[in-house]
Design a binder for this molecule. Structure first.
Ligand code: ZN
Length: 229
């Protein structure tokens, strides 16, 4: 964000003699042109509900709620946001015979086209033991920037889970489709476990979804300032 502020100040200085409206317009344009782009991928959608919570919650709906809140926070911080979906729709056509693979390819295409500084894919987890809870960030094992982004976001979950509750580390992965195929640094954010009754209940609450979105946005801004500026 510091880069943007400096550029805007520079443009305004140069344009000062031509009148303030022109300077402001030029500064606004410069700022827009230098806006970092972030893609938010809301996992699943349409005929794919994702994980089903202990009380019947569908992962796809929780993912979208968090994704839309995250979009608002990032836009308020002058980030240009591209969404892979903004409604309960999968990214496949009804005529596609392999809908899941068509859906994943389309997500990759949207992310690569946007040429973002980073992408984040929002998901919720599930496990056969209902005592398991907490958040975990995944990154592609050979991506140094992906690792930095994942570790920054993971650490931020202290705010939600407490330092004692946020016991997991960001984890390398070499098999998730998006991690393998997206060119930009990307993290899969598993925000919590729908198989844990207490966590599933929280994940369904507007206020908790908002805290997660706030936390992810703070981590993203920190990463952009530390790594991409
Ligand atoms: Zn998922």
């Amino acid at each position: 964000m510091l880069v943007i502020v400096t550029l805007v100040a520079g443009r305004m200085g140069m344009m000062g003699e031509k009148g303030s409206w022109a300077a402001e317009a030029a500064a606004g344009k410069a700022r827009k042109q230098n806006q970092p782009v972030v893609v938010i991928d809301s996992g699943h959608g349409g005929n794919d509900p994702g994980k089903i919570g202990v009380s019947g919650q569908e992962e796809k709906a929780i993912n979208l709620k968090i994704a839309m809140k995250l979009k608002a926070y990032l836009e308020a911080a002058d980030i240009k946001v591209v969404m892979t979906r903004e409604s309960d729709k999968g990214l496949y056509r009804e005529s596609d015979s392999h809908k899941k693979s068509a859906d994943m390819k389309e997500r990759c295409r949207i992310i690569d086209n946007a040429k973002p500084v980073l992408a984040i894919s929002i998901h919720q987890n599930s496990y056969h033991q209902d005592s398991i809870s907490g958040a975990q960030m995944f990154y592609y094992k050979n991506s140094e920037k992906g690792r930095q982004l994942a570790e920054t976001l993971q650490k931020r979950f202290d705010y939600i889970l407490g330092a004692d509750g946020n016991r997991r580390s960001a984890k390398a992965n070499d098999s998730y489709y998006l991690l393998l195929n997206v060119k930009a640094p990307i993290v899969i954010a598993e925000c919590g476990f729908l198989s844990n009754p207490a966590e599933a209940a929280k994940l369904s609450e507007e206020e908790y979804q908002d805290r997660i979105a706030w936390t992810l946005h703070m981590g993203i801004l920190q990463y952009i300032n530390d790594v991409e500026k």
